[in-house]
Design a protein around this ligand. Sequence first.
Ligand code: NI
Length: 143
Amino acid sequence: MNTIYITRRETFNGAHKLWQEEWSEEKNWEVFGKCSNKNWHGHNFQLFVTVKGVPDENTGFVMNLKTLSQILKEKVIEPLDHKNLNLDVPFFKGKMASTENLAIAIWDEIYDIIAKNGGELAKIKLVETENNYVNYYGGKEPF
Ligand code: NI
């Protein structure tokens, strides 16, 4: 089968703070460094969402990227962009605002709706800085 992977990129910016309430200020600084800054800091995130499938006979598409973009705008970008990730995002409430946890939360938020639109979510890549990013495959081993 001609399984192929397509990727849509979106961007958003958000503020966060990595802070464990049960720890002292010194321990938070030791573990989280500058990301523990009390008055928040921000990142320009890049989100790469990869969907797999077989090209449709009529369209040649795995999934219409316009549809995928609309889903991402509504479910991910609107709720996250220009927000405080620790405080403002309903689907991320109460979680440590790491890039890892955010990638997992985004996967959980969009998996079903992508499936309803004929795609199978395969990978999320979330870039926090030019040097740091995470890949998530829904808890499975990468292909
Ligand atoms: Ni940070």
